[in-house]
Design a protein around this ligand. Structure first.
Ligand code: SF4
Length: 689
């Protein structure tokens, strides 16, 4: 084989912050495999940042330029490929990844619309790219000559003279033949960047959800990496990691298989030895609740664990061929997680606008989630993703989807090097209505989703909400009341809701082209991070930064709700007003983690906090002397906050992503009471239940 050069890129937009701040694991697998297959002949380089790639390409083009294609980087990768082709049309461009249609006619359209893509690799990229390289080497890396043969390559698709040639799709049955991208050092340089390491212990998903590219039949079989290799990788990562307290497990159903218990035990050993990872992220399996609870217990609450239910409505679930765990198991699972430790975090995912969804069904799903005491209810919008069943013409017609196009938050940028300027915007198609849901109802759902994000997720006002619940009301009823009573919002909060409404509407276009064409007018704004943001995250951050006003609003809403129920009293008003101050001191400006605060309260909130505010406030006792409370960050918390902030602060939307992605329960101040006299009173406290 002749010597050749290969650049592989798994790009992320960086103009308004690092949009996808993870190690380029998928591409690194492909790089490690190609390096192993073609050792001695290959000159290979791996890229994550567009600026680095553009700079390298401007000095020397490789023979093969490969990209991983996801919904968040297609346009960026394509614009760079187009520019490289304009310099040298002989450069071979290869794309691969899940953001590609499964239907052959749609594949043809996709490639016709993107004529600068020479080959597309489907399914697992390692064998697809390596086989393609072998065939290209036989024709001296002249891709036209290869296409002229019309030979279909395994896992590859290409166009030639108006026809499409697609090879058989194969999966790797023994994934252990793939060299580890960590143990081979392929990912070493990425430890110096503010990126989170990821590890893969299995490939494939046995489920077949229609909105998901991993639900394809070809991916239904599970292939597992050997446990000894996983152990070595985890230890390797732990001894190299510098910039992140997190680990992402990319498995699609972690905790569902018996081998996952072994992985969790190894991870727990690593945590003891290296004090890392403090946070583990990974999608939990959709059944085997007991085993998942065991795995989470081994990880002692470090796993931000979720049950992605998407909807609790049976008809919607049937429509998307989704099998959820039962609501009872779901509640049991979340209850067990919440008991693991006070800082553990849980989440659930709900998608608005799935086939058959309606405002009532969406609200019911949100209510079920909140009633189940999950810490975060992540509400997403249905996207019509290339390569999924849901995006096919039949499905669009059956469910009467009304869709709009928008520029993905953070997915826009203008990349410059010397006189080179490359601009790209990632556009996504989202569902804003269907046969059962009007556009106005969609907007009402979005407002409710925002209320959950701003007032419920990550427990910013948990103490107030739990006290309210302890009186005997449902938290979701309070949040709905908040949604229906804008007259209770104070000025700043009302303004934030106005901004949210305007932002939600301003970034919706009727066609893909309209969404993309606005780039010329707004690209400078995108570049400065002043446009193309995620309205939910931005407005959630505004609510947090205006925490005094937000707290005032939620406290006023609680008191008003109680008045309407005829149970408001001076005592309850005093309780909630003082609790409002307690929450403020515990949770405001968590990045100021060296400051201590003290305040006197008529209630022993610290003690109630240790019980999760499960006492009915109408029955708690007050003291003859106020109790001094001290609010402080522990040393480990200070380090964790500083390190986590460092990962996000380099960009304008950084703090928003920090608030959204981090487990803030690990970052709120600890509280203790002070003073001997006070302590004895505390010990003597009796709380009626
Ligand atoms: S279970 Fe998750 S990964 Fe598997 S098909 Fe469904 S959504 Fe996709």
């Amino acid at each position: 084989m002749k010597d050749f050069s290969l650049f592989i890129s798994d790009l992320t937009h960086t103009s308004s912050g690092i949009m996808s701040n993870t190690h380029p694991l998928g591409s690194a697998y492909v790089a490690a495999y190609c390096q192993d297959q073609f050792k001695g002949n290959i000159d290979i380089k791996l890229y994550k940042y567009p600026d680095d790639l553009i700079k390298s390409l401007s000095s020397k083009l490789p023979q093969i330029l490969a990209f991983s294609n996801y919904s968040w980087n297609l346009e960026l990768s394509y614009e760079i490929a187009k520019w490289a082709k304009s310099i040298d049309p002989k450069i071979i461009t290869v794309f691969g990844g899940p953001n590609f249609p499964t239907d052959i006619e749609e594949q043809k359209d996709f490639l016709n619309e993107r004529s600068c893509i020479d080959f597309y690799i489907q399914s697992e990229g390692e064998i697809g790219l390596a086989k393609l390289i072998e065939q290209l080497s036989e024709v001296d890396f002249d891709y036209i000559k290869l296409k002229e043969t019309k030979i279909a390559c395994i896992n590859s698709v290409y166009l030639w003279a108006d026809d499409i040639y697609a090879g058989d799709i194969e999966r790797i049955s023994d994934v252990n033949v793939l060299p580890s991208p960590y143990l081979t050092g392929v990912l070493d340089e990425f430890f110096d960047m503010p990126l989170t390491p990821m590890i893969e212990t299995t490939r494939g998903c046995p489920f077949s959800c229609t909105f998901c590219a991993d639900g394809a039949k070809i991916k239904n079989k599970i292939h597992r990496f050997e446990s000894e290799r996983v152990r070595e990788e985890l230890n390797y990562i732990a001894s190299h990691v510098k910039q992140s307290d997190e680990l992402i497990i990319t498995d699609l159903n972690f905790g569902m298989y018996k081998e996952d218990t072994l992985t969790a035990n190894v991870l727990a050993e690593v945590q003891i030895k290296h004090n890392w990872p403090i946070i583990v992220k990974g999608s939990a399996g959709k059944n085997k609740t007991e085993r998942i609870i065991d795995v989470a217990t081994i990880l002692k609450g470090s796993w931000i664990i979720g049950a992605a239910i998407q909807s609790t409505d049976m008809e919607v679930l049937d429509n998307i061929k989704r099998k959820n765990i039962s609501l009872d198991s779901y509640r049991k699972f979340l209850g067990a997680m919440n008991e693991l430790n006070e800082d553990a975090s849980t989440y659930t995912e709900i998608i608005l606008g799935l086939p058959g969804d309606s405002k009532e069904k969406h609200f019911a799903s949100l209510r079920d989630a909140v009633d189940s005491e999950v810490i975060n209810v992540k509400s997403y919008q249905s996207m019509l993703l290339v390569g999924t069943d849901m995006a096919t013409g039949i499905s669009r017609k059956d469910y009467g989807f009304v869709s709009k196009f928008r520029v993905m938050a953070g997915g826009a940028g203008l990349y410059k090097y010397k006189d080179i300027k490359i601009k790209a915007l990632e556009v996504q198609e989202i569902v804003v209505g269907n046969k059962n849901m009007t556009f106005d109802e969609y907007l009402a759902c979005r407002k409710m989703d925002f209320i959950l994000e701003g007032f419920y997720n990550n427990s910013p006002y948990r103490e107030l909400l739990e006290s309210f619940k302890s009186i005997g009301f449902a938290i979701f009823d309070l949040l709905q009341f908040l949604s229906s009573r804008p007259d209770l919002y104070n000025k700043k909060v009302a303004n934030i809701f106005d901004i949210y409404t305007k932002m939600s509407n301003s970034n919706l276009f009727d066609t893909f082209e309209e969404a993309r064409n606005q780039s010329d007018a707004n690209l400078e704004l995108y570049e400065k991070g002043e446009f193309g943001f995620n309205e939910t995250l931005e407005c959630k951050t505004m609510l947090y930064l205006a925490i005094e006003d937000t707290l005032e609003t939620i406290t006023r809403t609680i008191i008003e709700f109680l008045k309407e129920q005829g149970i408001a009293s001076d005592f309850l008003e005093k309780y909630f007003n003082q609790l409002q101050d307690y929450v403020y001191l515990k949770k405001h400006d968590i990045t100021a983690n060296k400051n201590q605060h003290k305040k006197l309260f008529d209630f022993n909130f610290a003690l109630m906090d240790s019980h999760g505010f499960t006492e009915d406030p109408r029955t708690v006792e007050t003291y003859s002397h106020p109790i001094e409370h001290i609010f402080y960050h522990e040393e480990d918390q200070q380090k964790h906050i500083d390190k986590s902030l460092n990962q996000y602060e380099s960009h304008s939307g950084g703090f928003s992503r920090f608030l959204y992605n981090q487990n803030l329960n690990k970052m709120y101040r600890k509280v203790k009471t002070s003073g001997k006299a006070v302590v004895s009173e505390v010990e003597g406290l009796s709380i009626a239940t």
